[in-house]
Design a protein around this ligand. Structure first.
Ligand code: ADP
Length: 673
């Protein structure tokens, strides 16, 4: 559809046609004016020739009269020449009249010309006869000759007057004609200019009304749309392209409004779904935390009881049985811990700590622990820590130990005979940070390799085993009892510590798992490594308050403490614990966090606000909330330390040694777990 173009084109063509007509008329008028001007010029030429004619005749008459009177031949010749000039002038006048000098329909010039020709003939005849008579000699009558010479004088005068009158009339006519032409030209030019001006004005008004106006309206509406107002509608005022544009604009706005509605619905839907997903995730976390608490609380009793049974077994058989039960319980504990770690990683809540720790001791103790389990299977575990591995370092010892334990667990689990080697070194190929010669306190990469002579891992499983809940299916092999998340947790932990993990393996020959982690050497710390727990003796008669609502846990832990020579006071809730702490001098408080009546947090804060030394007693939190109970939160709240349930004898002993053997006045420091 194209309606706007033809209309404007038609209007423009009409105006152009009008202008062309005006142009043609102007040209015609100019031509006429030119013709009139030429006519005037010819009139002037004629007047000149007529003047010459009369002057020649007058001269011829005068010269002829002088000749008649004097007989001088010069006068005769002059008279003849003058007559010839008059003849030539008449000939030229005829030519002019014949070329169209006369105004069409006006015969006065022809009549006048004929008069002049007749006058010329008359003069030629009179003067000719007088000259001939004189030339013949013989005493001609001079008076008669003179009368012949002057015979044309009177008609010449009459003709001269008529000619002058005629010229005046022609001049007046010519002036009028010229004036009329120029008037008509002026009028036509003015008319053309007026048409042009009107057309231009109309065009401007048309463009403003038909194009600029609607476009300005659309532009304003487009600005509103750009500002987010999708309720605007363009008025459809035209049925041409502009109308199409207005309709198109309205369609576009309604399309945008529909899309915005859809998007808003989608966003609402998505945020609802996200809210539901977050609620589900929170529910899962809460569920896991609760399940963990529920599992850890009885597990606490089980592990601690088994530890006690193991310690106090009357014979080897009972001791072995207790040991078996302890191993099973600890495996179960590992699984619960792994699940919690996995959930923490999934929720992005797993945070690394940074503390100074004995790196060599951490490695050797972890290997020693597993060496006992390996020995039970007949598999030797050999550890080699390179000389350049710093004694102490800054990092997260718990997570570093966890990765090593996981690899050692797998190595022992999947190795039936042979040996397992643990090699710890500083990876010089991967300096942390720039510089070829690292400074003594520069960060370094610790490289740990665990090599076993076990069943190996098939090539097909290579890509899968670091994924969560992936296990290698081996024909004929019973399940290894794991959940398939150990390696995925180890991978996440090494990544968090800035390193990486990998393995090489050959089926039937064994595997080598290796990982790197970035650590800082702790040169400044000259504190000697604490002596192994067994070598340290607790002060006899140390006073410990144990606040625990679970009777089994309370009973078992109290006995464990008493067996180590400590004096134990028990409380079943926070209120009782506060009463004991405010009335008795204490060396240590072991405070369960979740207790009825008054919980551990409230009790701890109340103890901290007691007057005097009672407020400064060491308070260690016992908690089963592995997921939400991040250690730093407990320390920030005011506890001195934290033991996660279910705890082992070694963990309780560690805490006792850490806090009861502390030199008086020693600064509080973040203890190694
Ligand atoms: P799980 O807790 O079940 O052991 P992991 O994630 O630790 O899970 O290991 C995944 C799988 O990788 C294991 O099921 C096992 O088949 C295989 N695997 C891991 N380490 C070894 C190893 N040293 N030798 C042979 N197979 C191994």
């Amino acid at each position: 559809m194209n309606r706007l173009g033809p209309r404007v084109l038609a209007a423009s063509l009409s105006v152009l046609l009008l202008l062309a007509v005006c142009g043609v008329l102007i040209i015609q008028e100019l031509r006429r004016s030119d013709a009139a001007t030429a006519h005037v010029m010819r009139d002037y030429a004629r007047a000149l020739l007529e003047g010459q004619f009369h002057e020649a005749l007058t001269r011829a008459t005068g010269e002829a009269a002088a000749y008649v009177q004097s007989g001088n031949e010069d006068f005769r010749q002059e008279a003849i020449d003058a007559l010839e000039r008059a003849q030539r002038a008449v000939a030229s006048l005829r030519k002019l009249v014949e070329e169209g000098a006369a105004i069409p329909g006006d015969h006065s010039q022809v009549v006048q010309l004929e008069g002049q020709e007749s006058l010329l003939r008359q003069s030629q005849a009179g003067i000719g006869r007088a000259i001939e008579a004189m030339s013949a000699g013989g005493g001609a009558d001079i008076r008669l000759l003179l009368s012949q010479v002057y015979s044309s004088e009177e008609p010449a005068e009459l003709l001269g007057q008529a000619t002058a009158a005629n010229h005046q009339r022609e001049q007046a006519e010519n002036e009028r004609a010229l004036y009329e032409h120029s008037q008509r030209v002026r009028w036509l030019v003015a008319a053309s200019a007026t048409v042009l001006a009107i057309w231009f004005g109309l065009l401007v008004a048309y463009v403003r009304r038909r194009i600029v106006g609607p476009l300005a309206t659309l532009s304003g509406l487009a600005a509103s749309v750009a500002d987010g107002d999708l309720t605007v509608t363009a008025p459809v005022t035209h049925s041409d392209e502009i109308g199409e544009l207005q309709l198109g604009f309205n369609r576009m706005v309604s399309e945008l409004a529909a899309r915005r509605r859809q998007r808003n619905e989608l966003v609402e839907h998505l945020s609802q779904a996200r809210g539901e997903a977050e609620a589900a995730s929170r529910a899962k976390s809460a569920f896991l935390a609760n399940v963990s608490h529920e599992i850890r609380t009885p597990m606490n009793g089980v592990v601690a009881t088994l530890d006690l049974m193991h310690e106090s077994a009357p014979n080897v058989e009972q001791r072995d049985l207790a040991d078996l039960a302890r191993i099973a319980a600890r495996n179960l504990l590992w699984m619960v811990n792994d699940l919690l770690d996995f959930t923490r990683i999934e929720a992005g809540k797993l945070e690394l700590r940074s503390m100074s720790f004995d790196l060599r001791d951490l490695v050797t103790r972890t290997v020693e622990l597993h060496a006992r389990r390996g020995a039970a299977k007949g598999v030797a575990v050999i550890c080699d820590v390179a000389a350049d591995v710093p004694a102490r370092a800054w990092g997260d010892p718990v997570r570093l130990g966890q990765v090593l334990q996981n690899l050692l667990d797998n190595a022992i689990k999947f190795t039936a005979h042979g040996a397992i080697g643990v090699a710890v070194s500083v990876d010089r190929r991967q300096p942390v940070g720039a510089g070829s010669e690292p400074a003594a306190d520069a960060p370094f990469w610790l490289l740990v390799r665990v090599t076993d002579s076990g069943i190996g891992i098939p090539e097909s499983a290579r890509r899968r085993i670091f994924r969560p809940f992936e296990q290698v299916q081996r024909a004929g092999s019973p399940s290894d009892g794991g959940m398939g998340i150990g390696l995925s947790i180890a991978r996440e932990l090494t990544l968090l510590m800035g390193g990486q993990i990998g393995f090489e393996s050959a089926v039937g020959k064994g595997s080598t798992f290796y990982f790197t982690v970035g650590l800082l050497p702790d040169k400044a710390c000259s504190e000697p490594a604490p002596a192994p727990a067994e070598e340290r003796r607790l002060p006899a008669g140390g006073r410990v308050l144990l606040a625990e609502d679970n009777p089994a846990s309370r009973e078992v832990l109290a006995r464990m403490l008493e067996r180590r020579g400590l004096r134990v006071t028990t409380a079943t809730n926070g209120r009782e614990a506060l009463a004991v702490a405010s009335s008795e001098p204490l060396d240590l408080v072991l405070m369960d966090c979740k207790m009825p009546d008054m919980d551990g947090f409230t009790a701890m804060r109340s103890i901290r606000s007691l007057p005097g030394a009672a407020a400064r007693v060491t308070i260690v939190a016992l908690t089963a909330y592995g997921l939400i109970g991040e250690k730093q939160e407990y320390l920030d709240a005011g506890f001195d330390d934290l033991v996660s349930k279910p705890y082992t004898v070694e963990e309780i002993e560690d805490v006792l040694h850490r806090w009861l053997l502390r030199p008086a006045g020693a600064e509080d420091e973040a203890p190694a777990d």
